[in-house]
Design a protein around this ligand. Structure first.
Ligand SMILES: Nc1ncnc2c1ncn2[C@@H]1O[C@H](COP(=O)(O)OP(=O)(O)O)[C@@H](O)[C@H]1O
Ligand SMILES: O=C(O)C1=C[C@@H](OP(=O)(O)O)[C@@H](O)[C@H](O)C1
Ligand SMILES: [Mg+2]
Length: 173
């Protein structure tokens, strides 16, 4: 089985995915890291040098490659992964995939992301908390359509990484 985590930037995909893979004793794979390896460049540099459309192309290629294997693993997507190209279809039509949406409110995401913008090129130009929250509110509204097609939705507000990991493990049983 492939346990795949999706949700907006900052919801905890990378952090929860790592702990979940340790608890389940399977490999952990991040789409962002696979993109960085393939391009031998950072997400920030790819956006800056090649632009977002190029990044989305590579993201789609990497997701395709990753989903070809039938290996048991935990996979953390990037925040935008399910929302572009045929990515959601690739995930939904794969019998090995269980897709989890880590849902958080725009307010809570803003509080997290205000100090973590540097490595996230889509939001690093937003200077104030007000501007960031306004952006997240609109962007999340557009993206929820995709996230909500997950197999499971987890309320990730005010829960520790441990609690979220346990919740996912319980849903798998
Ligand atoms: N459940 C949680 N409670 C508190 N902080 C968290 C939680 N999950 C993640 N974080 C923190 O929030 C930030 C964003 O988490 P990250 O895993 O990078 O999110 P994503 O990969 O979804 O963008 C990190 O600093 C991480 O340590
Ligand atoms: O939401 C997005 O479109 C993106 C989210 C990022 O991943 P995280 O959700 O792990 O920050 C990364 O893939 C890239 O900066 C684009
Ligand atoms: Mg991440």
């Amino acid at each position: 089985m492939k346990i795949v985590l999706c949700g907006y930037m900052g919801c905890g995909k990378s952090t929860v995915g790592q702990l979940l893979s340790e608890k389940l004793n399977v490999d952990f794979l991040e789409i962002d890291t696979e993109i960085e390896k393939k391009e031998n460049s950072s997400i920030t540099d790819i956006f800056q040098e090649n632009g977002e459309i190029y990044f989305r192309k590579i993201e789609n290629i990497v997701l395709n490659e990753v989903l070809k294997t039938s290996k048991n693993e935990v996979i953390s997507l990037g925040g935008g992964t399910p929302c572009y190209a045929n990515n959601l279809h690739l995930l939904k039509s794969n019998e090995h995939v269980k897709l989890f949406y880590l849902k958080m409110t725009p307010q809570n995401l803003t509080a997290r992301l205000i100090n973590e913008k540097q490595k996230r090129p889509l939001i690093n130009h937003l200077q104030t908390e007000e501007k960031l929250e306004e952006y997240i509110r609109k962007h999340l509204f557009e993206r929820q359509f995709y996230y909500l097609q997950s197999d499971f939705m987890i309320d990730a507000n005010a829960k520790s990484v441990e609690e979220l990991t346990e919740e996912i493990i319980n849903l798998l049983q």
